[in-house]
Design a protein around this ligand. Structure first.
Ligand code: BV8
Length: 237
């Protein structure tokens, strides 16, 4: 096995204290995603959207990577040591993978700790609160800054590169995602169609659990290190 492709979702950061979206008490059970995760919602009430992401930025400041994030960083290092390719595509906007040491990461839904100016196009790291009157650090105009995240109805980032990598992978591992948001939810069927080994690691079966050749259920901080140790100790490594 030469090329590993890992997809993660909110479940990988759940034990770090960041909320998931569709579980019981999930984020979308408390706030209407149309109001805070769509361009229309932002146009309608930008202050509400800024408050939503300011609260999540504050949560992230208090969060730390868990054993699942660390196990994925170990897997990436083991690939580098054995001339294997590794890519981590995450739906998450937190930077816990990077904090744990992951390097080759694509944030297909953007990043909570970055902002984008819709007037001048600049993208900048940002950890404080954001408000309508915040001035762009580049063009200095206020009223045009938004979180650098992908809302519903917007095109996820780096899709061409993602499909290239997916087409070349011989192992596809999906971790901590309900398989309910597209196009990420379609990756496993694409990988399976390419003859790739497909593995789901999740707390419970996702919406597309039936597509995976192999599954392991339990908290990510348990099943991800276990899977990585089995992989690195196995005869295909
Ligand atoms: C687009 C923003 C097109 C940042 C998010 C078919 C094809 C293409 C599109 C669509 C389609 N059908 C519908 C669509 C539209 C839409 C969509 O998929 N809607 C869904 C609801 C049906 N998709 C889009 O709009 C996408 N854009 O397709 O554009 C286009 C084409 C041309 C031109 C322009 C546009 C954009 C989708 C991105 C939206 N942005 N986030 C933010 O605020 O975070 S999505 C949001 O959901 C988050 O990013 C989140 O990561 C993502 C997926 O959720 P999960 O990560 O899976 O989280 P969830 O809570 O659902 O599940 C958690 C899982 O973890 C559970 O399974 C649970 O069991 C498990 N778990 C819990 N605890 C643990 C655990 N596992 C392990 N250990 C634990 N401890």
């Amino acid at each position: 096995m030469q090329r590993v492709f890992v997809l993660t979702g909110a479940g990988v950061s759940a034990e770090s204290g960041l909320g998931t979206f569709r579980d019981k008490d999930g984020i979308w059970t408390k706030i209407n995603l149309e109001d805070v995760a769509t361009p229309e919602g932002f146009a309608r009430d930008p202050a509400k959207v800024h408050a939503f992401y300011n609260a999540r930025r504050a949560n992230l400041a208090a969060a730390a990577p868990n054993e699942a994030h660390r196990a994925l960083a170990r897997l990436e290092a083991a690939c580098a040591d054995t001339a294997r390719e590794f890519i981590l595509v995450t739906q998450n906007v937190d930077d816990l993978h990077e904090q744990a040491g992951s390097q080759n990461v694509i944030h297909m839904h953007g990043e909570l700790r970055k902002i984008r100016c819709e007037r001048c196009g600049v993208v900048k790291p940002w950890v404080e609160d954001l408000a309508l009157e915040t001035k762009c650090p580049a063009c200095t105009r206020a009223g045009h800054l938004r979180p650098h995240v992908v809302w519903f109805g917007e095109m996820p980032f780096e899709m061409d590169r993602i499909y290239d990598e997916l087409g070349m992978a011989d192992l596809f591992v999906s971790i901590g995602t309900s398989g309910s948001v597209y196009p990420a939810a379609a990756f496993v069927a694409f990988a399976k169609g390419m003859g790739t080994r497909t593995v789901e690691l999740n707390l419970e079966p996702s919406e597309n659990a039936h597509v995976f050749a192999e599954t392991m259920y339990g908290p990510a901080s348990i099943v991800v290190p276990l899977f990585v140790e089995q992989l690195l100790g196995g005869d295909t490594w």
